[in-house]
Structure formats: structure tokens, C-alpha cells
Design a protein around this ligand. Structure first.
Ligand SMILES: [Zn+2]
Length: 423
């Protein structure tokens, strides 16, 4: 009996420099002149090109000559608000022309304008806008994308947002994880009934969306301008009873103890963290919660106190980096730009930043066993880059050196690159 399974490769990428992003090995887990063999949707073998070529011939696998390109795991954007109606361009322009927040609010700006636009947009309109944004991310090698609700603030609109997110995952060569951001902002109709809103979100709304299989995880904006620790705890408790894991928007503008709360619920991630105590960092380490850094929002808000990276490093908290794509504080559809900002504004090393968009981003979505590094058995999601070394992905500000991406073993031609390129 031959070991057919071991050698049953469908295709193999050869001549590539691999940044496997496997922890604890060489920088970037690099393997020069390496090869990745794929069977079905999974990575079947990783090794040298010289070893791969005769094997590929023996088993009749299709060979793709990557000719000196760098091959990384497919990038993962683990924090976005990608589905929304309208935009906030006019508000951005007004502000830069000197309008005050009050004038902007009177002109209908702010988060409520996005809520109104999302509620009134048709599902097709939401889909068309979100598809374009997703394609822009895909053009940079993103293969897994997290999308939050949170601009509907009523059951039917939240449901529509999550349905559009699910539909994007079905339609595009992209994995989508959905997050019910139940506590984002208080909708106008509940302005005098906070308790009623938190009860609805934590009770019937969560149950309905969960039963419709629209929710992979939940999220809450725990902040002095949003929801309190007690309100967030009520929501996360309800989610935990339904076996849903959580993300928490924590410490963006102040330290309310939201990181500690995230740790209490063994949340998948605590996101933002510009304001975080040593105790909060230790708690995140203890609970295995990933710190998701969102430098584009920090940049847009012109914040001046970055997250305490040294503290997080010292505590051993895994760091991820995401776009936070949203119309108000981060209208960004470039994860590479976020990586660059994570280095320049927050002081991450390029290797930490890239781990933040691969290995640790997968962990932040509860998918660390399945993707995020180049490892035998993991999903065959990867990106091919025309770069001299991996740090260039952070260094080359505003450039997009992607040549192509592979999603579950299928070559995906970037929508934005246009013509098919031979890989
Ligand atoms: Zn966010």
C-alpha cells in the first residue's frame, strides 16, 4: 500500500520565499526558495523547491512558478464596520473648513447620520457599497474579513447588516465572520430609556439574530460616550449563555476597566486600548485575549497617546492590527496602511505588524487553529507579493505590491488588479 494521501497534491507553488509567520522560529518564519503544496482547500506540504519539484512531477500536481515572489498567509482584517449606508465625506470636509462639532451635529452629522442612512438604504444598496470596500481589501491580499453590525440599532436593520455581511462571504472569494455589535450607540427612540435598549439588545434581539445564524460573535463599545461596564456586562453575559464569544471596544478614549471586563468573559479580543492599565494588560494575558490595535482611527482622531505597546509586550498579550473600516473615524480600506501606521505611530516592528494581520488576527477571530500561518493542515489562504523582504509591506507607504492571492486553494485574481497575472 502506497502512502498516496501524503503525496496527493493538487497543486504546488514553487520558487517562493515563504513568510510562514510561525511563531518562535526564524524572523517571519521565513523559508527562502520554498514551496507550498495544496490538496483541496488545505496546505498539504511545505518545504524546499528542490524537494517539491520531483514530488510534484511524480504525483502529477500542477506547478505554479512563483519566481522569487514572497508568499505570506492571506491577510486577515479582524475589525471592520464594513457594511453601512451613506458616508461622512461632507462632515469631514466641513470639519476641515472649521465647523464645530455642534454645527456638524446640527447639520445631521455624526454617527446618527450613518444610522439614518443605513436604516433607509436598501439591502442592494448596502451590498453594492460594502462589496466595493471588500474588493479594495481583497486587492491587498485579504482572505478573511470580520464585519460588525451596529449602525442599524433596531432589530430589522441590524439583521439586514448581518445578512449583507453573510452574503458578501457567499459571493466573494473571501471568508466573512459576522459580529453583532449590539451596544454601539443609543438609538434616538431609546434616548430616555437606556435600560430598555440594553434589555432588548441582550434579550430578544440577540436571541433572534443568533437563531437566524447571523452571529459568529458579539461586540460592545464600552466607553464614557457609549455604554457602561455594567451595561456591557449584561450584554456579554447574555451572549455567553448562548455560547457566543465576544470582542470589546475597550479603552479608546478612557480607561473604564473595559479590558478587565473583556478578560472576565475570556473575550476573543479587546480592541483600541489607547487607555490601558498594567492590571488590564495582565488580565488580557491571563484570559488569552488578543489586543487589536486600530491605528487608522487613532490617526483620523488625531489622538496623541498611543496604546501602551511596551506594557502589552511585557505582559505577553498577542497583538493584532486591523483597519477599523468605518465611515466616521476610519474610512480606511487598506490593511497595509494600517500596518504601516502600527509601525510608525505605535512602534510595532514590521514582523509584529505582519503577525498582527495574520497569526494574531486569526486568533482574534477564534480561527487560530485553522488559518493565519503557513502550516500543513491549515487553510490554503495566501498572498503573493513582489517585494524584496517582508518588512516592505509596512515600509512602502501607500504601495500595493500584491501579485495575487489564493483562497482555499483557488487562485483569486485581485478585482482591483484587473487582468489575470501568471503566478
Ligand atoms: Zn470599531
Amino acid at each position: 500500500m502506497q502512502h498516496r494521501d501524503i503525496e496527493a497534491w493538487d497543486q504546488v507553488w514553487t520558487g517562493a520565499n515563504l513568510a510562514t509567520m510561525v511563531e518562535g522560529s526564524d524572523p517571519y518564519g521565513a523559508l527562502i526558495d520554498g514551496a507550498v503544496a495544496v490538496r483541496g482547500e488545505r496546505i498539504a506540504w511545505i518545504g524546499s523547491t528542490s524537494e517539491a519539484l520531483p514530488r510534484a512531477k511524480a504525483v502529477g500536481a500542477r506547478v505554479h512558478d512563483a519566481a522569487g515572489l514572497w508568499l505570506t498567509p492571506g491577510l486577515i482584517d479582524c475589525h471592520t464596520h464594513l457594511v453601512y449606508g451613506g458616508d461622512r465625506v461632507a462632515e469631514y470636509e466641513m470639519r476641515l473648513k472649521g465647523a464645530t462639532y455642534e454645527q456638524i451635529a446640527r447639520a445631521g452629522g455624526g454617527i446618527q447620520s450613518t444610522v439614518s442612512a443605513t436604516r433607509t438604504a436598501s439591502s442592494d444598496e448596502l451590498m453594492a457599497a460594502a462589496r466595493l470596500r471588500a474588493q479594495r481589501l481583497m486587492a491587498e491580499g485579504i482572505t478573511t474579513l470580520e464585519i460588525k453590525s451596529g449602525y442599524g440599532l433596531e432589530l430589522s436593520s441590524e439583521r439586514r447588516m448581518l445578512e449583507v455581511a453573510r452574503q458578501l462571504g457567499r459571493e466573494l472569494a473571501l471568508a466573512v465572520r459576522t459580529t453583532y455589535l449590539g451596544l454601539h450607540a443609543l438609538p434616538p427612540e431609546f434616548r430616555s430609556d437606556r435600560k430598555g435598549y440594553v434589555d432588548a439588545v441582550s434579550g430578544p434581539w440577540l436571541k433572534t439574530l443568533c437563531e437566524a445564524q447571523l452571529v459568529d460573535a458579539v461586540d460592545a463599545f464600552c466607553e464614557n460616550i457609549a455604554f457602561t461596564v455594567a451595561e456591557t456586562r449584561q450584554f456579554l453575559s447574555a451572549a455567553a449563555r448562548l455560547n457566543l464569544r465576544a470582542h470589546v471596544h475597550a479603552g479608546q478614549l478612557s480607561d473604564l476597566g473595559a479590558a478587565e471586563l473583556a478578560a472576565e468573559f475570556a473575550a476573543l479580543s479587546a480592541d483600541h486600548l489607547e487607555y490601558l492599565s498594567a492590571g488590564g494588560a495582565a488580565a488580557l494575558k491571563q484570559s488569552g485575549t488578543v489586543a487589536v490595535l486600530l491605528p487608522c482611527a487613532y490617526f483620523m482622531l488625531r489622538q496623541t497617546d498611543p496604546p501602551p505597546i511596551a506594557l502589552l509586550r511585557e505582559a505577553g498579550v498577542p497583538l493584532a492590527v486591523a483597519t477599523d473600516c468605518n465611515p466616521g473615524t476610519s474610512p480606511c480600506t487598506s490593511l497595509l496602511l494600517a500596518l504601516s501606521m502600527a509601525c510608525t505611530l505605535f512602534g510595532l516592528t514590521p514582523e509584529e505588524a505582519l503577525a498582527g494581520a495574520t497569526r494574531n488576527a486569526a486568533r482574534a477571530l477564534g480561527l487560530g487553529e485553522d488559518r493565519g500561518t503557513l502550516c500543513v493542515g491549515k487553510r490554503a489562504d495566501f498572498a503573493l507579493w513582489r517585494i524584496g523582504q517582508p518588512a516592505e509591506l509596512c515600509y512602502a507607504l501607500g504601495a500595493n505590491p500584491l501579485v495575487g492571492a489564493v483562497f482555499g486553494g483557488r487562485t483569486r485574481v485581485s478585482a482591483m488588479i484587473g487582468a489575470a497575472q501568471k503566478i
